[in-house]
Design a protein around this ligand. Structure first.
Ligand code: IPE
Ligand code: IPE
Ligand code: MG
Length: 255
């Protein structure tokens, strides 16, 4: 379990503190251009790099992205290998820059199925950026929401700790940040695809047809503007919520 992320500043009012993104549509972006799918994934890394900068500029404290799901092993071997290679390459290219900009990297996911070389890359990047506190960048790699709940429950069983909402939250792979306020999915599909099942109980959802390699500052701002107009009620009535009545302890924890 990673140590808690304590951001250096809070976002302005109406800006989500924690944004999560299902970066979908790389394959279709490439296919539309008669390029191999992996070319779409490469452009996806560029889109991520720009999105990180936008989140820093807008003072978002945590960005959690879905880079490789537990189910993505079902893809052709050459695509899976290409994605692993791209991760290693992107780390060597981007970490110095991320470090300079105050970004702390985390890689929530099941590492036991990854090669030693990939694990080494993830561990080195986490260690290298551990002193940063402007933005937590969680790159979920070989992550699945179901895997996360199971590994958290196993961890609690091993320690004998009582299972409560609080203790289970603390045992998940994203315990170092709060639950996401806004979850964006690009690529037009209207599903969660086993992303943050536990953590997104009260997350605002935003879907766009924009393919991930085309995602830019304007697209992010559309999602942020949409979010700023939402009323988050956490089970209260609209009137209670507008009056700012306190939530009970459990809801407050997820707010
Ligand atoms: C998302 O893009 C990236 C990964 C799942 C690794 P896709 O590769 O799923 O793109 P589409 O959905 O086929 O267009
Ligand atoms: C979700 O996209 C996973 C990532 C973006 C890493 P998929 O493309 O794998 O999702 P499905 O298969 O269309 O649901
Ligand atoms: Mg897809």
């Amino acid at each position: 379990m990673a140590s808690p992320f304590l951001p250096s500043s809070q976002p302005p009012k109406g800006v989500p503190s924690h944004v999560a993104i299902v970066m979908d549509g790389n394959g279709r972006w490439a296919q539309k251009r008669w390029l191999p799918r992996v070319a779409g994934h490469k452009r996806g890394v560029d889109a991520l790099q720009k999105t990180v900068q936008c989140c820093l500029d807008r003072r978002v404290s945590a960005l959690t992205v879905f880079a490789f799901s537990s189910e993505n092993w079902n893809r052709p071997t050459e695509e899976v290998t290409g994605l692993m290679e791209l991760l290693v390459m992107a780390l060597s290219r981007e970490v110095p820059n991320l470090k300079k900009h105050g970004v702390r990297l985390y890689f929530p996911g099941n590492r036991s199925q990854l090669s030693a070389r990939v694990v080494q890359g993830l561990e080195a990047a986490e260690a290298d950026t551990a002193g940063n506190n402007r933005l937590a960048l969680n790159v979920c790699f070989n992550y699945g929401g179901r895997w996360d709940v199971v590994q958290a429950a196993r961890r609690l069983a091993q320690t004998g700790r009582e299972i409560t909402e609080q203790s289970l939250s603390e045992a998940t792979a994203l315990s170092h940040v709060g639950d996401p306020d806004l979850l964006i999915r690009t690529g037009g599909e209207l599903r969660i695809s086993n992303f943050l099942l536990w953590q997104s109980a009260y997350t605002e959802l935003y879907f766009t047809d924009c393919l991930w390699p085309d995602f830019d500052a304007a697209e992010l701002d559309k999602a942020l503007t949409d979010f700023s107009g939402r009323q988050r009620r956490f089970g209260q009535t609209a009137e209670q919520s507008a009056a700012g009545e306190p939530l009970d302890a459990a809801e407050q924890r997820h707010a």
